[in-house]
Ligand binder design. Structure first.
Ligand SMILES: NC(=O)c1ccc[n+]([C@@H]2O[C@H](COP(=O)([O-])OP(=O)(O)OC[C@H]3O[C@@H](n4cnc5c(N)ncnc54)[C@H](O)[C@@H]3O)[C@@H](O)[C@H]2O)c1
Length: 745
């Protein structure tokens, strides 16, 4: 006899009518939910109650005489399967059943709609390409959706396939797999897509507006699955976000080889990116986005601190009490005031966007916001008199600051600019003399007039800077195309006596500061991530790195003492600066010897069980990894700055010397077609093999670039490569002979 009947509630009113005799177990029955009624004692049970309790009456008989057990089985069958664990989801890859459609989450920062560039025929090709990832029975459901994404956003992101688990760098042991190295790469990928880290997480963009980890979610799912199942006898091959597959290799080969945006050179213009990215066959990997090595804002803050410190040295001044004027509080530029404070100077940074200014103020990266130029002048004079360390945002146009400080004779010691002049006509640079809102309107409605206003402002901007430099200010271009765009606007920025590589009146930050003071000696942005993701491990690695550098400085040659001191100071204050966002990562500038010694000390500590595994890497903006004629290699004056042999050699050399993964990209920082850059990742697991790998690969990774810089006759590099040859007898580098200028002239 069946004592339990299923009833679906329709509304609370009806419920009272249907169940007059029953005791209501829950005060409110949910409309549309299934309930089960017991004839025996007139009670109502929810499915959840039955499943949890396993029986209907207080006695809880194992074999229910009323057929209750059978019912439970039925409910179990019809209820959804249990949710998969994180590891099961990774190993599932692309689900065989189409998951529910995803709602567009307006609370997330999304990538802008991309330019509509594909013809009707090419749009069909883009769809055909996207559907390659899915089984044929899914195509009918997916076609209209992918078509809509392409129309609406200019790309097919496959939002529906975005995983529901939280995206962040977990403890390495939480990832599935047979290869610890592959688990480390899963962790690094998830960090690049963490909401706290990534700029447009749903579009798989880590930074820079278009710096992609993958082009769509199918690529992510498939890549994570491959990493979750691969062994140390295989290598995963990544073609610009697309996982081509696992290929047999060997245990000393990289586990992953990544290329991003590698094009036949004639097809490397910005519109080529738009087209081929929309077709789903390539992507812009920026530097550390598509190579899984981004560590949040810490990298840019550290790099900017080193630039500001060395900028003051270049002019023979202490930062304390001296003034640095610049602009931009955006993605990268926002690091300037924080870096100025760490360096110890007075920073004035202009920003036209009130929202961005507020964010930076709330974040604590700027101390004060001033909107009135007279107040600003008074505040700066006071800070100069009292030698304060203070960062001030001027909410307004940078040109007004340069002009006002000129009229009032406020002395600027160091000056630069980090507005987004690589993108001048679409919001990268705002004209003076009109409001922020008016500029935004004009940009969309009167683009030609807007362009005129931008160029007029650039001419004023350059004139004001020229007046200050005539009074002793040192100005440098910060890799944002300021001098390039100002020259195109007809501003007075050209060098009256140009030489190759010195076309402009002012140097770039690499030409005068980072190149000769850091890169030529091998100092560059070495970084590591504690794979346990435990902050205590990071603290321990900070201490280890600090001890190593303190020991090294005792015998370091005079030429690199300053860099050593700066980085010891940085690592000592690293915890205080609280710059960790996402994975437990740290950056510092070290030369080949420093990188190898720090890495070896980490490997020893892992071996002794003091810390968990550590992933080593670096920014591509480094000694050897990047060929970029107007940035990283702008201080190469033998004509070779337009070649890209160094970056290519770097990645090939790293790959057979023990890197866990390597990557080589077209684009990054200065744009598609303008730079070739590469990087690596290496897992330290405390073994002897890891020690061999780190020694072999890190030595090459730095000395490759030093040898090229030395061949270009850069003094610091000639010094550094000779020193490297003294420590390693197997290194034999071709050295340049210097010709007497008098003979040539
Ligand atoms: N040298 C480096 O190491 C380095 C690193 C990263 C970026 N960059 C370059 O620096 C530039 C800035 O990068 P970002 O990520 O901060 O860009 P961003 O667009 O996020 O920030 C630029 C900011 O400048 C503000 N701005 C524009 N015109 C202004 C004006 N006239 N006065 C005052 N404020 C103005 C904008 O409102 C914006 O907030 C880019 O061109 C980038 O390529 C250089």
């Amino acid at each position: 006899m069946q004592y339990l009947n299923k009833v679906r509630t329709q509304s609370p009113v009806k419920k009272q009518k249907i169940f007059p005799k029953f005791v209501i177990m829950k005060k409110v029955l949910v409309e549309g939910e299934d309930y089960y009624l017991s004839d025996k004692d007139f009670r109502i049970f929810t499915e959840k109650y039955l499943l949890n309790r396993g029986h209907c009456c207080m006695s809880g008989c194992k074999h229910c005489p009323y057929g209750f057990n059978k019912l439970i089985d039925q409910i179990k069958k019809k209820t959804k399967p249990r949710t998969m664990t994180f590891q099961e989801e990774i190993l599932q890859g692309i689900p065989t059943e189409v998951p529910p459609a995803a709602l567009y989450d307006a609370t997330i920062n999304h990538a802008p709609k991309r330019k509509e560039i594909l013809s009707a025929e090419e749009k069909i090709l883009a769809l055909r390409n996207a559907l390659r990832y899915f089984e044929p029975q899914q195509h009918e459901t997916l076609i209209p959706e992918f078509k809509e994404e392409l129309e609406k956003y200019g790309r097919i992101y496959m939002y529906r396939f975005r995983p529901k688990y939280r995206m962040y760098a977990r403890d390495i042991n939480e990832y599935p797999g047979k290869s610890l190295q592959a688990k480390a790469i899963q962790m690094m990928i998830q960090n690049n897509l963490d909401y706290a880290v990534a700029q447009h997480p749903h579009e798989l963009i880590t930074y820079g507006g278009n710096g992609a980890v993958f082009s769509n979610w199918a690529q992510y799912l498939l890549t994570m699955k491959y990493l979750g199942e691969m062994t140390d006898e295989q290598t995963l091959v990544m073609y610009s976000g697309h996982p081509m597959g696992l290929f047999p290799s060997h245990k000393n080969a990289p586990r992953v080889v990544v290329t991003n945006g590698m094009m036949i050179p004639n097809y490397s213009k910005p519109d080529d990116w738009e087209k081929f990215n929309a077709l789903g066959v390539t992507q812009y990997g920026q530097m550390t986005a598509g190579s899984y090595m981004y560590i949040g804002p810490q990298g840019i803050v550290h790099g900017t601190t080193i630039t500001v410190l060395n900028g003051f040295r270049k002019i023979g001044k202490e930062p304390k009490g001296n003034l640095f004027v610049t602009s931009g509080l955006g993605g990268m530029s926002g690091a300037q005031p924080k870096a100025g404070t760490i360096a110890g100077c007075i920073t004035v940074c202009a920003e036209v966007n009130p929202k961005i200014t507020k964010i930076r103020h709330n974040q604590g990266w700027i101390h004060e916001v001033i909107e009135d130029l007279d107040l600003l002048v008074n505040r700066v004079r006071k800070a100069q008199a009292k030698k304060e360390v203070v960062s001030i945002a001027y909410l307004g146009n940078i040109v007004d600051v340069w002009e006002k400080f000129d009229q009032e004779n406020v002395h600027i010691d160091l000056g630069s600019d980090q507005t987004s002049l690589h993108n001048p006509w679409a919001g990268g640079y705002y004209p003076a003399g009109q409001s922020f809102e008016e500029s935004n309107r004009m940009m969309a409605e009167e683009p030609e007039l807007f362009k005129e206003k931008v160029q007029e402002t650039l001419r004023r901007h350059a004139d004001a800077i020229n007046k200050h430099t005539a009074k002793g200010t040192y100005f440098f271009d910060y890799g944002n195309a300021f001098l390039l765009e100002a020259s195109r606007a007809g501003a007075d920025v050209m060098n009256p006596n140009p030489t190759l590589g010195r076309e402009f009146k002012y140097p770039s930050y690499v030409q005068d500061i980072m190149g000769p003071m850091c890169f030529d000696y091998g100092f560059g942005p070495f970084r590591w991530v504690c794979a346990s993701n435990n902050p205590e491990d990071l603290q321990k690695t900070d201490d280890i790195a600090c001890e190593v550098l303190e020991e090294m400085i005792k015998t370091s040659p005079e030429e690199i003492q300053q860099q050593m001191k700066d980085n010891i100071q940085w690592i000592r204050g690293a915890q205080e600066n609280k710059l960790v966002v996402g994975s437990q990562a740290r950056i510092l500038y070290a030369d080949a010897e420093g990188r190898m010694k720090i890495a070896k000390a980490f490997n020893d500590a892992i071996n002794e069980g003091k810390i968990g595994p550590v992933v080593l890497g670096r920014d591509h903006h480094d000694v050897s990894g990047t060929d970029s004629p107007y940035r990283e290699t702008s201080n190469i004056y033998d004509g070779s700055r337009f070649t890209a042999d160094m970056a290519i050699h770097n990645v090939i050399g790293d790959s057979f010397r023990g890197a866990t993964w390597v990557s080589i990209h077209n684009g990054g920082g200065v744009g598609w077609g303008e730079v070739i850059n590469g990087g690596f990742g290496m897992l330290l697991d405390g073994t002897n093999e890891a020690e061999q790998r780190l020694k072999s690969m890190l030595f090459w990774d730095v000395n490759n670039g030093i040898s090229r810089r030395s061949w270009a006759r850069n003094e610091g590099a000639m010094f550094a490569i000779k020193r490297a040859m003294e420590t390693e007898p197997l290194l034999k580098v071709t050295l340049p002979n210097i010709v007497d200028d008098n003979l040539l002239n």
